[in-house]
Write a protein that binds this ligand. Structure first.
Ligand code: SF4
Ligand code: SF4
Length: 245
């Protein structure tokens, strides 16, 4: 995103709409400027600030910068999946899609948050750490298609300097591997300059217990259980035996 310096009056009404504080004040020229290194192309300032002089405009986004918009602008639809908002339905639609079965857990590592965002160089560090642990990345998540090597979690080199508001590394693992995964994530969390939150999606056991709760309790990890009922998505597209229907 850019600001036309010939039009901007320096009113500063747009800066509060930026989730990564990329809009700064040029006091000498009494205008606002967008730091393109920090801007994640979320589109918020353009849509929400209501600039009275129309100074904010979207410049043409070419690859690899366009990935910022794909991951950060909730209105940008990802070509690979046809889905807006980081391009993945996530494992929350599991009741229909069957991404994981009983005995497995859907894992989402949500990299970045407002203010901080996340550079792909850090996303790669986490992806490579979990790949080394032996996970297979979710192919329906467009982030996976941005890897140059899905076996190692390596991303395309041209992406490493790109920054996004957030993005989700997604995979499934057997429940018994959660403890090992937590250790891997704790280790790699000390090597990155951003934050991530963890989302575990699992089906209720037959006795209606969430199967991974005791693992998180034992690990001393705080969590907020959420139930999710997907209404209107249709019938399951799979059987318990793994057949697609
Ligand atoms: S709202 Fe418009 S005029 Fe005011 S600082 Fe932002 S870009 Fe400039
Ligand atoms: S597009 Fe988003 S990140 Fe970029 S300056 Fe505007 S609000 Fe900030």
């Amino acid at each position: 995103m850019k600001i036309n310096s010939d039009l901007c009056t320096g009113c500063r009404k747009c800066n509060i709409f930026c989730p990564v504080e990329a809009i700064f004040e040029d006091r000498e020229n009494k205008i606002s400027i967008i730091d393109l290194n920090e801007c994640v192309e979320c589109g918020n300032c353009l849509r929400q600030a209501g600039c009275q002089v129309g100074a904010i405009y979207q410049q043409e986004l070419t690859w690899p910068r366009s990935v910022r918009s794909i991951m950060s602008d909730p209105l940008t639809i990802t070509k690979e999946s046809g889905i807006a908002g980081r391009g993945t339905e996530e494992m929350k639609t599991n009741d229909v899609t069957g991404r994981f079965r009983r005995g497995y857990v859907g894992v989402g590592i949500e990299m970045g948050r407002p203010i901080l965002g996340a550079y792909f160089s850090d996303v790669e560090k986490v992806a490579m750490a979990v790949a080394l642990f032996g996970v297979e990345f979710e192919t329906c998540n467009p982030l996976t298609s941005l890897m140059s090597d899905q076996a190692t979690g390596k991303f395309m080199d041209e992406l490493l300097g790109e920054k996004v508001l957030s993005t989700i590394i997604e995979f499934t693992i057997p429940i018994e591997r959660i403890t090992g995964l937590l250790k891997v994530l704790k280790d790699v969390s000390e090597k990155i300059d951003t934050v991530f939150s963890l989302c575990f999606a699992s089906r209720l056991d037959v006795d209606e217990v969430i199967p991974i709760n005791h693992i998180l309790d034992d690990a001393g990890i705080w969590y907020a259980p959420n139930g999710k009922t997907n209404v209107g998505l249709g019938r399951p597209l799979f059987t318990e035996k793994g057949e697609i229907v």
